[in-house]
Design a protein around this ligand. Sequence first.
Ligand SMILES: [Zn+2]
Length: 567
Amino acid sequence: MNEVEEIKHRIDIVDLISSYLTLKKAGANYKAICPFHNEKTPSLMISPEKQIWHCFGGCSEGGDIFTFVMKMESLEFPEALKLLADRAGVQLESRQSSDFQKSSQISKNRLYELNNLAARVFNKILISHPSGQPALEYLKKRKLTPALIKEYMLGYAPSSRAINGYLKKHGFSDLELQGAGNPDKFYKRIMFPIKDAMGNVIAFTGRVLDSEQEPKYLNTPETIIFHKSRVLYNLEKARGEIKTQKATVVVEGQMDVIASWQAGVKNVVATSGTALTSDHLQILYRYSPNIIFAFDSDSAGLTSAKKAYEMAIVEGFNVKMVDLGKFKDPGEMVAQDPKIWQSAVQKPIPVIDWYFELAFAKQKADLTSQEKKEIAKEILPLLKKIPDTIEQAHYVNLLAEKLDVSEEVIFSALKKVEEKKNSKVTAKKQPKKQNLTTAEFILAILLKWPEKIKQVSNDLSDADFKDENLLAIYKALLTEYNITKLRKDINREQLLKLDDLLLVVSSENAEMLKEDLDSVLKILKENRREDLKSYYAKEIKKAEMDKNTEQLKKLMKEFQDAISTKN
Ligand SMILES: [Zn+2]
């Protein structure tokens, strides 16, 4: 057995995936809400027997434990291998890992070792060297316990700037020291090691002790193992809690993370040395679509806080914020009383409500038309960003009420708001490959096992097929049952599609599908129901806006009928 097989043998895919997602039993398999595309009903299936997973919803992703971890943690294969090897207790041959790294001049593993050693030295200086004493006093004043200092491996970089020399004595080269971002650049600073998903130290943030020193926070520059725009401080510890609490609390600094953790609010992360990016948000979305910001929103922090809120709205998060009240940051709140922080996180404010308050707070009771215009100008661009039409309609309604104008006026003003072109986001949302609908997957199975057709033909309808060629193949199959004959009945374009589809069934995912067609059909129906709901929600809203009561009645009835018969 090679290493990969050994790891696969030792790690059960159901155990692994359930440490990230909530699983439900579905026949012989399990299903979960797919973290790789936006959905409300679970389309991701996991087969304990085959030890594979596959999404039958919008994204068509699938594979084994390695592909899952690679996607979930945004890792390359060698990193996923290392992560799972650690989990399985399998020792990797070092020869193999250095093979993987031939391409890069400096080995990532060496940089992990270097940073881990540096972190241990900084920690030792903090807790037992006289030069670390003032830093230790400072942390004690902030009510950090020795256990917490140990858990977060906090340290102190003294003024002597001797860490590079120490690391060189331990065999690290100048090239490696530079590759790690030159640890000697940190001096007279409290050191916060930053870890990746596997718990490797990949970088540091150094906070000054003496307020004269600049800058207050210093970070390791980008290296081959540290990409600021993707790394979230504390995610490796917080992700389990994020899953159980069904929300991520995002704070601004490492001290806030640690204070929050100490106060028992453990679903907490922070960025390191950069503002929040859409990459950060996409990583967090895999764990939960709910985000709670606890940012300093005094006038200095307001612009960056608003930018983060708006990015999260665009990414489809349910965005809330903690009211910090008179406190500067969560750390201060916890220092006063951990309970204040706990209860503040328990009742966060929807961020859009806060925008409303902000806009209306400036104005007196009776609004002039000019004031109404100003408020609308402030709020409309935000409402434009809400991807969910129902939620958007809710706030349009609220704004209309508060401004004492009709909803139609707000809707038409909303249409005129320039949509800011965010090419990065839209480019990412484009599917990379041809995505099949659930029904089209089922067709692939039927092509290989036509005897299954009776089991499913009653449940499939033409509307389940996006691709008309695939629909034509399905219809031909219904009359033919025989693939050789079928080939003669369809045109050239359809023939090409047929061959594409047969490639799908050559994968082992098809086996899973075949054996649990009932569960897949259930997924099909649930997805269909969701699609139907959102279709009617849109149409009904349109009819309401047009004040078309006839149409409205008709749609309501159609909707009721569809919901009761389709399932
Ligand atoms: Zn998916």
